[in-house]
Design a protein. Structure first.
Length: 338
């Protein structure tokens, strides 16, 4: 998962405000409508507190049919990403154009009752703590970000991620080392990637969605085996989904892979309309290239060991060119647990 870190933030301490969003460049978003951070203030040299307004309606994050309606887990994940980017510039001294690459992350939501959507936009605040060792030049190349989420003062979850901070040249070297050739861009294609025309795309209701635009999987197959049932699908997001592809990418962003893992997990449980994704543990080993098929595979216990719709974890692996490039374990919960 990559994003650019860019300038400048208010440094005066005080109460958080929710009146307007920060400049979109601070969170590397092209569209103002995709910015959720409204304020960020320092707590200590390596800690910040961020205000986030969660929208009542959003074409992507609100497009879920489960009841009761909760704020989307990926909306909170994106809010944490935005908070971390803005804060790292203000408190880690990262220059404009610095790329933050997430190697792994874990997010758990446990205050689900406080995440029910009400009549007013959600008032979230995120406490973010940074850790990392500077090199001889005083630059942090690798670090960890730890976050705690609060809704109206109630702690509702936590998020940790291991990150690399690369300048543009270092990022270009890394991409070339992986591919050996220049990477194509999402702008080089139409709605779909090469060899895809939208055929075989899952129906929205199969994965708890309402809008076909937000479906990122196609050609799903369930293969029962003696011990393990496997559900596989192609990762085929639409590049005109501006929530997932707010700007031009040269790879499938990590958030798209997490969405694919969630959709495959809900499909695999057999009860997508009554199941919520409430946690993720992810590792990203390689970039997901645009010009080759990415397959997602979930393995589930079968027979008496697995009850459809029951809470639990669903491990999802992503494979491209025969090599595992990422792994996302999705934690699910049923509506009866709220």
């Amino acid at each position: 998962m990559t994003t650019e870190v860019v300038p400048e933030l208010p440094s005066e301490p005080g109460d958080l405000t929710y009146g307007r969003t920060v400049d979109r460049s601070l969170v590397h978003r092209a569209a103002v409508s995709e910015v959720f951070v409204t304020d960020i203030r320092p707590l200590t040299a390596m800690r910040v507190r961020t205000a986030v307004q969660l929208p009542l309606t959003h074409g992507y994050y609100s497009d879920h049919v489960q009841q009761p309606a909760l704020y989307d887990a990926l909306l909170l994940l994106e809010s944490g990403r935005q908070a971390a980017i803005a804060g790292s510039h203000a408190h880690m001294g990262l220059s404009q154009g610095t790329t933050m690459i997430v190697d792994s992350f874990r997010m758990d939501l446990y205050g689900l009752a406080a995440l029910k959507i009400g009549s007013k936009p959600g008032r979230l605040h995120i406490d973010t703590e940074y850790s990392g060792k500077a090199n001889r030049r005083g630059r942090v190349r690798k670090g960890m970000v730890a976050q705690r989420y609060f809704m109206d003062g109630v702690e509702v979850g936590g998020h940790e991620m291991d990150v690399l901070f690369l300048n543009p040249h270092e990022n270009e070297v890394l991409r070339h080392a992986q591919r050996g050739t220049p990477a194509p861009l999402t702008s080089d294609y139409g709605r779909h990637g090469p060899g895809e025309d939208g055929s075989g795309q899952l129906r929205p209701e199969q994965i708890g969605r309402g809008n076909p635009l937000n479906v990122v999987l196609s050609r799903a197959e369930r293969t029962p085996e003696a011990v393990t049932a496997r559900v596989t699908a192609r990762v085929t997001p639409r590049f005109d989904n501006r929530a997932l592809f707010d700007h031009v990418y040269d790879h499938l962003p990590a958030m798209t892979l997490v969405e694919a893992a969630r959709q495959l997990a809900l499909l695999a449980t057999g009860e997508p309309l009554a199941t919520y994704a409430v946690g993720f543990e992810a590792r990203f080993d390689r970039f997901a290239e645009l010009d080759d098929t990415v397959l997602a595979e979930a393995a589930l216990p079968s027979g008496d060991e697995f009850t459809e719709g029951a809470p639990g974890t669903v491990p999802v692996r992503f494979v491209q060119a025969g090599e595992e490039i990422a792994h996302v374990t999705v934690t699910t919960a049923s509506g009866s647990q709220l």
